[in-house]
Every structure is written in structure tokens, then in C-alpha cells.
Design a protein around this ligand. Structure first.
Ligand SMILES: [Zn+2]
Ligand SMILES: [Zn+2]
Length: 472
């Protein structure tokens, strides 16, 4: 669940804001967006968003405070827009119910801020109280400018719901849909689920049965439940859809990582873009995991024939099974101890009286993860290895050689939460092992020893399981 609108900067949360956030995340809320309302809150929402990676904010001036909109606030808003946690312009709009500021001023400030949203390619969070007609006409003016907006705490009538839907608006609902007198049920029913997001509008609009008390993000489930009841859909479906809508609408993605991917020209960036949304899978969870590795090793030997000539021999498709123990000191870093085994039977098959070469690879490795909060992680691997090699003639006892290597490569890791039992990682990795030392060997047709340089190319599949009991 994502609470797309909660005023955590409100004085109602003074002294309890940290606790409120912790409670929300413990209840399974994935993210909270804190909309700004006035000059003071512009500062506050940014500061609160720093408390946790799952907190985002928007910048804007509420119609109640339209008279605070001036060059200074515009500068401040522009400054906030540079923060990647600022996901929208809001909350802005028109409020003719309280009428705290003149209508003409409200409309002017609303228009200017919608313009800011369009210019910055950000969605707008619109507050509308008894101002359907004017909201609509302002929106219609902006229509050809590809405005993206949500009507938050939607409470207009059915006719306007239809008109706003036709205008391409998103809708978010608060605790007021749970109120007995509410006639919002038929509106919730008519708006397709792919247009709906959840919000508490805390500290206001507290859902039944907590009505009258301070609203908290943790109550968002009551709104999801009410929607599932009205729409006769499973609550899981409501949660999944509204999550998806909020992530898409507010672009709650690891922006920096997408830039990195684009620069690295990963062909799969597009394909996986949907999965790069914020999923908090590894978040706040130091882990210890264990599991098997299945790889194929291609051993490439390069024999130095003198005066700059080399001859390459490669043995490919050698099955390389192994195992790995992984610890995560930081969410962006995996440190592992691994063992990998390769038996080069081909060398024995191709040469008379030759033993298969056995490679026991003991590694100390690291994987740096660029986007630790996502369901699919991308990482760079770097490690050092001690390799015990046994080889020789079948006529004599095996000989042993100690090799040392540095490995480097890329990986893509899928995170799969398995109930309360733990986290499974399915990783596809590809590493090159550069053998740092040289050794002497014989080319098939020769009896002169040659200096040999070697590397291994090892694509592998790793299945690592992180049981919850190992969490520390
Ligand atoms: Zn509002
Ligand atoms: Zn609000």
C-alpha cells in the first residue's frame, strides 16, 4: 500500500512523526508522499522525507495559502524540484468551501503552479472543494500541454467524476468513503481501478472506526478494504493495482539507477523498467544467505611460443558446480565466500596418458548493488580467488599447482519473498577469472615447455536463500 497523501508535517504529528512512520512501514506501507501546503511546510516536508528512503514529498502552495505565493516561494519550490524525492507539484487547487483567499487569486496561483508541473514534467496533486467548474476550466486550458494530475480526496458528484475521468485525471480516495453518510460509493464503483490511488490525507479524514481521532498512514488499509468491498474485488488486487498506479503516476523509481543503466547501454533496461520500481525488498535487512551455484567454465589457455607468438587452447562447457555463503553488511553490498569446482575431462580425452585437470576455486567476493531497494537488482562483482589445481600424467601421482585469480563481472539478481520464511535470490552472473600467475605447460605436439597465461569465463546461476532466522 502506498499513502499518496499524508501531511506528516502537520502539527498533529509533532513529536510522533518518527513513530508514525515506523508504524506505517511495519503495517506494510511501501511509501508515503507528503504534500506541501504553505511556505513553512515546504521546508518541513523535505526534511521529513530524509528520515527514510520510502518517504517522498511534493512542492506547492495550497489554495488556503494562495496569498503566500510569491517570488520567494517560487524560488523555494524550484529548489525543491531538484531533489529527486520531490515527486509532484502539490497540493494546489481551489477551495471555495472555506474561501480563505479570494477566488481570483486562488485561480491565478493554481494556474501558475499547474504550469510549473507541466514545465517540470511532474504530476500535479489537486485539491478541489466546491470548485468543480473552475477546476475543470483551468484543467481544460492545460489539456493540450499534457498535464498529469490527480484529484485528491475526491468528493465531487457523479457527473463531474465522469467529466474528470474523460479529461484523463487520476483519483485518490480518503477515509471519507468509509463515512456512513458518504455517497461516494457509486463514484468509487464507476471509476476503473487503474485510475485510483489510496491516500489517508492524514491527520484529517480519519476512516471509520477511528473517525474523530488523528488519522495515520497505517489506517490506509481501511480505505483499501472499503474500495474492495464497493468494487467487489479482492483486497490484494486493490492493493496491487493502486500500488502500481501510484508508482507509475509519481515515478517512484530509482532514478539514478536508470540513468546509470542508460549509460551502460544495457539492452534489458527497457524490459525490466517495470520491475525497477521501489519495492523495499532488501530494505533494512542485513542478511546471511546460503545456496548452490551452477556454472559452466570455459578455460582459455594462452601458450607463449616466443617472439610475440601465442597459441590459444580453450576447453568450454565444463560444468562448474559450487556453493556460496553471503552476508550483507550494507544493503548495497554483498560479501561472499564461495567454492566452485571444475573438472576438465576434455584435456584427458584429447591427450594420451593425461589426467583430467581438477580446479578447486575458493573465492572471497563482493557484489555492489546499484538499486538495493528494488525487486530486481543489478550488480558488479569483484573478487579474489585461490585455486588449487591437480593435473599430470596418469602414469604418475597427480601434481598440484596453486593459482591465484581476480574475478570481475556483472550480475542480475531477482528477489523473491517467501512468506515469513525468508528471501530467495535467483541470480544470473557472469564472471571472468584472470589467473594472475603464469605456469609452464606443453602444447599437444611439442615437448618444449611453454609459459601459459589463463583465464576462465564462467556464466552461472546462483540460488541463494536468506532465512529470516539468520537476520541480525
Ligand atoms: Zn486537500
Ligand atoms: Zn491534503
Amino acid at each position: 500500500m502506498i499513502d499518496t497523501h499524508c501531511h506528516l508535517d502537520s502539527e498533529y504529528y509533532d513529536g510522533i512523526v518518527e513513530n508514525t512512520i515506523v508504524e506505517a512501514f511495519n503495517e506494510g506501507i511501501e511509501a508515503i508522499l507528503i504534500p506541501a501546503t504553505d511556505t513553512k511546510s515546504l521546508q518541513k516536508v523535505e526534511n521529513i522525507s530524509k528520515l527514510d528512503d520510502r518517504l517522498f514529498f511534493s512542492a506547492g502552495i495550497h489554495p488556503h495559502n494562495a496569498n503566500e505565493y510569491n517570488d520567494v516561494t517560487v524560488n523555494e519550490i524550484n529548489r525543491l524540484l531538484k531533489n529527486s524525492d520531490c515527486k509532484a507539484i502539490g497540493e494546489i487547487g481551489l477551495d471555495y468551501y472555506y474561501d480563505f483567499t479570494p477566488k481570483a487569486l486562488q485561480i491565478d496561483v493554481f494556474k501558475k503552479q499547474l504550469q510549473l508541473a507541466v514545465e517540470n514534467n511532474l504530476p500535479a496533486i489537486i485539491h478541489n472543494r466546491d470548485a468543480d467548474e473552475d477546476i475543470l476550466s483551468v484543467i481544460e486550458e492545460m489539456q493540450d500541454k499534457s498535464l498529469k494530475a490527480v484529484l485528491h480526496c475526491f468528493s465531487s458528484n457523479k457527473e463531474y467524476a465522469q467529466i474528470f475521468m474523460d479529461a484523463g485525471m487520476m483519483f485518490s480516495f480518503t477515509g471519507n468513503i468509509t463515512f456512513k453518510k458518504s455517497n461516494l460509493s457509486e463514484i468509487v464503483e464507476m471509476i476503473p481501478i487503474d485510475r485510483i490511488m489510496l491516500e489517508t490525507d492524514g491527520p484529517y479524514m480519519t476512516p471509520v472506526p477511528f473517525r474523530g481521532k488523528t488519522n495515520h498512514p497505517k489506517y490506509i488499509k481501511l480505505i483499501a478494504e472499503k474500495i474492495s468491498e464497493i468494487k467487489n474485488m479482492k483486497i490484494e488486487e486493490i492493493i496491487e493495482m493502486t500500488n502500481k498506479n501510484a508508482k507509475n503516476f509519481f515515478k517512484l523509481i530509482a532514478v539514478m539507477f536508470l540513468v546509470l543503466i542508460a549509460n551502460m547501454n544495457f539492452a534489458f533496461a527497457q524490459e525490466y523498467e517495470d520491475d525497477l520500481y521501489y519495492d523495499e525488498i532488501r530494505f533494512n535487512r542485513p542478511l546471511i544467505g546460503l545456496g548452490p551455484i551452477f556454472g559452466t567454465n570455459t578455460i582459455v589457455e594462452s601458450y607463449d611460443k616466443g617472439s610475440g607468438n601465442t597459441e590459444e587452447i580453450s576447453y568450454d562447457g565444463i560444468f562448474a558446480p559450487g556453493a556460496k555463503l553471503t552476508v550483507t553488511p550494507f544493503q548495497w553490498l554483498l560479501v561472499d565466500f564461495s567454492y566452485l569446482y571444475s573438472k576438465n575431462q576434455k584435456i584427458a580425452d584429447e591427450n594420451v596418458n593425461t589426467r583430467p585437470t581438477l580446479h578447486h576455486i575458493f573465492g572471497l567476493g563482493t557484489t555492489v548493488i546499484f538499486n538495493p531497494n528494488n525487486r530486481i537488482n543489478f550488480g558488479l562483482n569483484l573478487g579474489a580467488n585461490y585455486i588449487s589445481v591437480s593435473l599430470g600424467s596418469t602414469e604418475t601421482e597427480p601434481e598440484y599447482r596453486n593459482d591465484f585469480s581476480i574475478n570481475a563481472g556483472l550480475g542480475i539478481i531477482g528477489n523473491l519473498e517467501i512468506g515469513n520464511i525468508g528471501l530467495a535470490n535467483i541470480a544470473i552472473k557472469w564472471d571472468i577469472y584472470f589467473i594472475m600467475n603464469k605456469y609452464t605447460g606443453y602444447l599437444k605436439t611439442e615437448t618444449i615447455p611453454r609459459e601459459v597465461s589463463t583465464y576462465y569465463s564462467v556464466p552461472k546461476l546462483e540460488l541463494i536463500f536468506y532465512p529470516n532466522i539468520f537476520n541480525f
